[in-house]
Design a protein around this ligand. Structure first.
Ligand code: ADP
Ligand code: ADP
Length: 218
């Protein structure tokens, strides 16, 4: 479970996240919807503990962050798939993350298999398509087998097969009882994948609803 309490993040004059409170519950996919610049990525970085809030707090499974970032066993995230270091193989990239998080190499092999990258595990990430980088980012998110997962625009740049694969993966992770927060700027994508929606605009909560409520309303 993720609990945001009066969360605010200011960058100079920009109020990226503005007094935001909501709860993301386990066992379902919560869509995080809002136009570009609404504050979705900033909120996700605050949840992951990659940035400190200006005020307010984030609890993950009831815990405040004690260190930056939160351990991969607690929260896994796909933020910007393009941010992956080039010059390393997929395997070495994950192995490095695994080592710093006290995770064994067998888990690296397992997550590479899980995302369908076993055949290219030893290839340099520099030659990867965006879709392959998304899969690698998802493998990193799954590395610590965390109960809470955050995916920032995971279907960006994917072909229809890739989008379907992501959708099935989100559904199965939720069915395992995990807490899933999935951001998108596309309502159409959310309607197919999420159980409920948190809508953000200019850093503020605009609406919270189940998919059934939304489709009945619009
Ligand atoms: P979204 O993910 O919904 O597109 P962001 O969280 O990326 O929105 O951005 C929210 C606002 O905060 C934007 O106005 C953006 O320009 C600003 N912002 C985000 N990160 C930074 C940063 N590191 N420094 C300054 N401004 C930032
Ligand atoms: P490195 O330079 O070792 O490749 P990164 O710069 O990619 O590491 O990431 C720095 C830290 O951020 C990692 O040690 C890890 O704790 C955290 N981190 C990176 N990716 C993720 C992720 N997908 N989920 C959770 N935490 C992550």
């Amino acid at each position: 479970m993720i609990e945001l309490k009066y969360l605010t993040k200011r960058y100079g004059a920009t109020l990226a996240v503005d007094d935001l409170s909501f709860t993301v519950r386990p066992g379902r996919v919560t869509g995080f919807l809002g136009p570009n610049g609404a504050g979705k990525s900033t909120t996700m970085r605050l949840i992951l503990g990659l940035a400190a809030p200006t005020s307010g707090e984030v609890l993950v499974n009831g815990r405040r962050y004690a260190s930056f970032p939160r351990p991969m066993r607690e929260v896994g995230a796909l933020l910007d798939a393009n941010a992956v270091h080039v010059g390393r193989s997929a395997y070495n990239h994950l192995l490095c993350l695994a080592r710093t998080n006290g995770i064994g190499p067998r888990r690296v092999t397992a997550v590479l298999h899980h995302v369908g990258l076993s055949d290219v595990a030893r290839k340099n990430v520099g030659g990867f398509s965006l879709g392959m980088k998304q899969r690698l980012g998802i493998a990193a998110a799954l590395l610590g087998d965390p109960g809470v997962l955050i995916f920032d625009e995971p279907v960006n740049g994917l072909d229809p097969d890739g989008i379907r694969w992501i959708r099935d993966l989100m559904r199965s992770l939720a069915a395992q009882g995990r807490t899933i927060l999935l951001s998108s700027h596309l309502m159409s994508e959310m309607a197919l994948t999420a159980d409920s929606i948190v809508m953000l605009g200019r850093g503020k909560l605009v609406a919270e609803a189940t998919i059934e409520e939304l489709t009945a309303r619009y």
